[in-house]
Each structure stands twice: as C-alpha cells, then as structure tokens.
Ligand binder design. Structure first.
Ligand SMILES: Cc1cc2nc3c(=O)[nH]c(=O)nc-3n(C[C@H](O)[C@H](O)[C@H](O)COP(=O)(O)O)c2cc1C
Length: 156
C-alpha cells in the first residue's frame, strides 16, 4: 500500500496530531490540503481525509479538494476531530457524499475528541480540553492500520 493522509487543522491543531499519528503508524505521506492540491494523487492507492468539524461538517477546503482534484485514488477513509465526536455520522455526511459522488470507495470513518473553544466556550476553558490525548492517538493508529488492511483486501 502507498497511503497518503490529507488534512486541514486550523483551530488548535487537533487534527494535525491525529493525522501525524496515523501517518507514522502506516508509513503514509501526511500533507495539508494546500499541498495535496499541487500533488498528483494518483500515485497513492489509499487516502485518508480529515479535518476538524466546523458548523456541522468537515472544513470547506477539504470538500473542495474532493470535488475538484483531477487525480484522486479509488479508496479512502474519513476522519475528524470534534467537540461532540459521538455525532460524527452527522458531521461526516457532507464529505461522505462528496467522496461517494466521485466514485471513491469509503473503507471506514472515525472521529476523535478535539479541544473546542468556539464562541462562549472559551470563557470556560472549552470542551474536550486535553484532547486528542495519548489514548485518542493510539486509537487513531489502530484505526489507520485497520484501514490499510481493508484496502489490501478490497477490490474496489
Ligand atoms: C468555528 C467552529 C465551529 C465548530 N463547529 C463544531 C461542530 O459543529 N460540531 C462539533 O462537534 N465541533 C465543532 N467545533 C469544534 C472543532 O471541530 C474541534 O475543536 C476540532 O478538534 C478542531 O480541529 P483542529 O484543531 O484540527 O482545527 C467547532 C469549532 C470552531 C472553531
């Protein structure tokens, strides 16, 4: 497998920590959306796509990348960090639909808690303070390894 992980991380770099942990675990190239835009992604056979959740969906630039990039691989997994990670099925819907529209197979999805100080939350220190923590990062490594296994066994 030749995996790549593409991420956007703008609030507290929560997703960047997850992307790097995943990348180390599976030997993936880790890049930002800006870097991915300039890359021929057909060199990769699996991509992980992740960002924080902003107003109920992944970062817009990630959605635009999926919509506009001319050479995306055939297999992907989705991930995110969020203040309310248990709602990830809802948060992932927009990106999931965009990826599916491109005919890319989604092998799995995961969401981890991420420190969130949006709006008035900042006055109380935010929610999910200290996350992603070591346990979250270990879960993300296990998840990424599982995605590689699924990609190896999946025909598309
Ligand atoms: C403007 C803004 C909007 C957000 N909207 C949501 C949301 O709709 N649902 C949620 O669970 N978390 C929400 N969050 C929390 C972020 O998803 C969370 O902090 C995430 O870990 C940020 O990732 P990052 O540090 O990699 O950018 C929001 C945060 C910000 C700053």
């Amino acid at each position: 497998m030749n995996p790549a992980i593409i991420h956007v991380s703008v609030h507290h770099h929560n997703t960047r920590a997850v992307a790097q942990a995943m990348g180390d675990a599976i030997g993936a190239v880790v890049m930002t959306v800006e870097e991915a835009r300039r890359h021929d992604l057909s060199d990769y056979d699996l991509i992980g796509l992740g960002s924080g959740i902003f107003f109920s969906s992944h970062h817009r630039s990630l959605q635009h990348l999926v919509r506009d990039h001319t050479s995306l691989p055939e297999k992907a997994f989705l991930f995110s960090t969020a203040g309310l990670p248990w709602l990830y099925r809802v948060w992932h819907r927009t990106l999931r639909d965009a990826v599916s529209r491109r005919g890319i197979k989604i092998l799995g999805e995961a969401c981890y808690p991420g420190w969130d100080t949006v709006g008035p939350l900042r006055w109380f220190g935010g929610i999910q303070r200290g996350h992603p923590n070591a346990h979250d990062l270990e879960r993300s490594r296990q998840f990424a390894m599982e995605m590689v296994k699924r990609a190896e066994n999946s025909e598309v």
